[in-house]
Write a protein that binds this ligand. Structure first.
Ligand code: TRP
Length: 330
């Protein structure tokens, strides 16, 4: 264990698919095994697009249950709900005053909307609320509030962590070395995880496999993977097969080598290959699935974990706010 502090936020958006898990959640779970980790459900970050309290609350439970079930190391981890820490609202407001507006204009997610609106010949800021526009400032506050060193995120969030670094720099230039400069850590490139149709697994292609779907749904999805029309007898190219590509992420080296050989040798039909893939994924995920379901049935237990986490997070958060207030307001 080194002394670096790991922090990440999980946006409550419902059950992730296995591509999300491998790209973003798994690297975080791995880091939590040997680092002090702050992990929170970023419910405030959902507010700019989800205007329904029930949905946010339900998804918050799901995100927390998922993290616990998938094996975040709870000894090392403070798990909490972002909105439970009042200091987050304070730090966001303070950081507003050292953040150039132009920096927000450069955020990829904001720029993408502006581009889309411009193409459609409507007002550039149509559909953009201030929560969306200032999203990176709230995220910088998340990161800086808890003195984070390492922020594991998916590729799409890298710019936001860089912004947090920039904002910390602006602040420190004006007020002295108050904030540590955080580093983004992008999950080692596990390559593109293909979806059921062979394209990148993505919600927008409707080709995903949910991480903790009930067993019957998992099986159904896997049986729907698109293959070519080779007969069982024919040798097959594993590197062109979605079945094999997905298998690689769940099996150990020896199993992967054996499965590869079965493709190359011929004699295995795609139906059999899919069954082998299903059994592998199911064996890896059946314990977490049961734990997830147990927790979702006992949301009181999740509440307890989150409020205990909030109490511990608040200790650090209030120290940071005291320093910032003193530096900015005397
Ligand atoms: N913005 C992140 C996402 O959409 C979630 C998030 C919020 C986050 N605050 C964070 C991630 C702080 C890392 C650090 O997934």
């Amino acid at each position: 264990m080194d002394n670096k502090i790991v922090l990440t936020g999980i946006k409550p958006t419902g059950m992730p698919h296995i591509g999300n898990y491998l790209g973003a959640l798994k690297p975080l779970i791995d880091l939590s095994q040997n680092h002090k980790t702050f992990m929170f459900v970023a419910d405030l970050h959902a507010l700019n697009s989800v205007h329904d309290a029930k949905t946010i609350k339900q998804h918050t439970y799901e995100a927390a249950a998922l993290a616990i079930a998938m094996g975040v190391n709870m000894e090392n981890t403070i798990l909490f709900r972002q909105s439970d820490i009042n200091e987050i609202y304070q730090l966001t407001e303070f950081l507003m005053n050292v953040t150039p507006k132009g920096l927000m204009n450069r955020a990829h997610s904001y720029k993408a909307i502006v581009e889309k609106n411009t193409m459609a010949n409507i007002d550039a800021d149509s559909g953009v609320n201030m929560g969306l526009y200032t999203y990176p400032i709230l995220m910088a506050a998340d990161i800086l509030l808890y003195n984070s060193d390492i922020v594991p995120v998916g590729k799409d969030q890298k710019q936001h962590v860089e912004f947090a670094r920039d904002i910390a720099g602006y602040f420190n230039n004006l007020y002295g070395e108050i904030f540590k400069l955080p580093e983004p850590v992008i999950g080692e490139d596990c390559g593109i995880i293909p979806g059921l149709d062979g394209r990148k697994m993505s919600k927008s292609y409707e080709n995903t496999i949910p991480l903790l779907a009930p067993e019957s749904e998992l099986k159904k999805k896997i049986m729907r993977i698109i293959t070519d029309s080779k007969t069982p007898a024919e040798p097959k190219n594993p590197d062109e097969s979605t079945i094999f590509q997905i298998y690689k992420f769940f099996a150990n080296e020896q199993e992967v080598a054996e499965f590869r050989k079965m493709f190359l040798d011929g004699g295995m039909g795609y139906g059999t290959a899919k069954t082998i893939l299903f059994e592998k994924i199911n064996s890896v995920l059946s314990v977490p699935r049961a734990e997830y379901e147990r927790l979702m049935f006992n949301t009181d237990e999740i509440d307890k974990i989150l409020s205990n986490g909030a109490e511990r997070a608040r200790i650090i958060a209030s120290e940071t706010i005291a320093k910032v207030k003193k530096a900015m307001l005397g």
